[in-house]
Structure formats: structure tokens, C-alpha cells
Write a protein that binds this ligand. Sequence first.
Ligand code: ASP
Ligand code: MG
Length: 466
Amino acid sequence: ADRDAQGHHQAEVAELKVLKFGGSSLKTGKNMRQVAEIIIAEKEKKAVVLSAVTGVTEMLVQFISRTRSEEDVDAFMKDVTKLHIDLIKDALSTDKGRAKAMEELIAKLVKLERMLYGSCYIEEVNPRIRDYVQCFGERLSVIMLAALLNEMGAKARPVDADEVGIITDGVYGTATVNMEATRSNIRPKLMKMLQDDVTPVITGFFGRAPEGSVTVFGRNGSDYSAAAVANAMGASSLEIWKDVDGFMSVDPKIVPSARAIPRLSYDEAAELAYFGAKVVHPMTMEPARSGNIEIRVKNVFRPEAPGTAIGGTGNVDKSIKSISCMKNLSLVKVFGEGTGYKLGVLADVASLLREAEINIYSVVTSLTCIGLLIDKKDVAKAQKVLAESGATRVETHTNFALMCIVGEGLGHHKGLASRVFKAVAKEGVNVGLISAGASLVAYHFTVDEADLDKATKAVHEELFGC
Ligand code: ASP
Ligand code: MG
């Protein structure tokens, strides 16, 4: 057999699928059983990656956003415990299964409680504590699903990402995976389980920093975890199971005639995910691409629907695939003399925003001005730090929305921009910042948030005829 760098035996498991399920598929006992049935119906070897139950991460994030009293901790622990115990009772039917799951769950909850008390006594919340607390939703959900699978006759085991050795770069809040280290850690351990016909049910959302602390990948980061596991294990495919059919030509809440998209390239999916289509986490495509692993986005509630395939070896046509939208943005204009020809102005502005942890979605410059698109919530902070940049003036415009048009070979569609802007103009909608050409598969522009639905309908009609 092949051996990897550490001399471990490699892939006796020929085909491995990684299946990822989101929190909304774990909301009730019935939902959990649907998930378990999908897993059991999969006859290939498989590893499962899970999110926290819907709402649990949000509860944890909110709670640990500031220091708390002992009474706060007690009340919070009561809520979290009840939510999960109710779910166990709803999902599992045997006393034995329930008792075992309960015992494992309590062991985790005790750890969470101790950390919360610790933070309360030292009257401090720091990035390390925050990340450690946030990941508990996943530690609890994997226990419940593994218990349910066992009760339904499939062998499964809960696996915590930090224990099995998913290694990160150590950046709190927005970590990325160190693939090399992760591969050599998790491969032998998970292979062993798979050879024993045990399905690992792995926590998404976080890993362990080289020095040992827990670091999370950012909200909705479980998709990225699943792609990293798929890459590390040399999986043949990655299925991301959601409560929607996959990527659509536009948000169906805005345009009800939206179409499902059967296939996207990695770049198309990444651009759509980044610019507002909340189907998968934008980082998911990276480990999948480097492992050449096809991603399939599927619907738990309609498993027979084809969903959207991303990447792999399938051919992607050069058509326009989708319009995505993003709200709650603001435009910041930084004016300065000779902005356009002074060296390093853009770098200065970018590093000031970076230090303030403000993300830039788009940037356009001219001789006198740099226009930056950022989250609306960051505007006051941006104004403050940019005032120190030596700019003569900083202007902010709130309530912008961004529309992004995505498709491979966008550059080859002659006259596309004029069709799009004509359609928008016909609705009397004003276009703000325009950005085209940076990516070959996406271009975007801003409109007033109040005009977004109108503009989106018009552009969808123009490009898709419905
Ligand atoms: N549970 C985490 C969150 O809510 C990660 C995930 O769901 O993917 O952000
Ligand atoms: Mg999610």
C-alpha cells in the first residue's frame, strides 16, 4: 500500500464521500432522523461534518460578547442544556440511547460552564475565550447525531475537530486550515474508523491552533471544515446538504421565477458566495479546488432534486449563471490631493482599515478619490480611522446594495454591460460604484438599497427572460 510522509498506510478506502449538514437540518427530532436516513442510505464509505443546531452558535456568540455575572451563566446554561436535552428526547427513542447521549452531552456542558464561570470570575472576555465558547454548538450536535445513527443501527462516533487534529493558522475568529498538518493528523485516525465501518461525525466550524487553542473559521464556517476534511482524506466528493435546492439564478424571494443552477465552476460559486448568495461559505471552494473534489449542494427536504454541482471534472458552460445581491453596505470616499499619483495612498488606506478589522468588498480609485465599499455597521469606525490617513475629506454614503453578475466567460459576452445598465436605467435606478474586470467571472455595481428589488427584477428579466 502507499505510505504518506509519516509512513502511515494510505487509502485502503477507495471511495470516500464527505457529507456536511447544516444546523437547520437538525432543528427537530424528525429533521435529525431525515439526516440520519440520508447518511445510512449512502452506501459508500463516508465521513460526516456537522454544524451546530440552528440558533445555538448565535446564542453562544451573543452570550460571550461581554462579561457576565454568575447568575447570567446559570440562566444561560439552563437554556442551552434544555434545548439539547429536549432534542435528544425528540430524536432518540430508546432509554439506553438517550442515557448515553445525555451523559456525553453533560460532560461537554460541564466544560462549557466552567469556562463561562472562569471568564466571569476574571471579568474578561478575550479572543481565545470567545472562540473556545463559540464552538460548543458543534461539540453538542455531533454527540446527538452519532447517538441517533447508532440507535438506527449504523455505527457512528462523534469526533471533535481539535482532538482529531484539524490544525489552523491560529487566527482567532477567522482561522484557516493548515492542510499539511491536518492531513497527517486526521488521515490515520479517520481511516482506522472507516476500516472498522464506523462513520465519523465531525464537528465543523473550528480547529486547533499549533499551540493548542481553539480557533473558529468564522460564521457558517462548517462548509469550509467539510471541504478541508474532504481534501485531507482524498475524498471523491463533498455533499453539502442544506434546506434549499442549491444555487439559484437569483434570490427567489425577490424573483419567484428564479431557476436552479445545475453546475458552477469553483470560481463562479466562490464569487456568488462572497457576494451575497448564502448557499455555502465562500472559503469552501479552496480546499475542494486544490483536491479537485466535486461539491454537490443538495436539499435535505428534497433529496431527489439534483441540486448544484460545483467544480470537479464536469464541463462548465460560458453562460451567465446568476445575479447575487448584498445589502447593508456603505460607500466611503476618501479625498486627497493627487490621490491617483501619490505612491502608497491605497496601501495606507487599506492598512488603516485592516487594523480596524474592516473588510473591503470593492474599491475604485480616481485622481482625487478612493471609493471603498464596506459593511454599513463599520462606517463610523472607518470614518474615524480614515480621518487619520491624511485625507483632505472623507465622505460616507449609507444604504447601498450591491448587485453581482456571475458567469464563466463574462468577458466574452459583448454588450452585456450596456444591456444590464439599460435595464437598470429603464427603472429609473441610479448606479453607483461599478467594478468590472478584476475577476473574469464576476462584475458588480451598487444601487440604492431601496432600489435593489426593482433593479434585480429588471436585470434578471433582461438576462434570463423571466
Ligand atoms: N455553527 C456555526 C455558525 O452558526 C458554523 C456553521 O453553522 O457553519 O456560524
Ligand atoms: Mg450554516
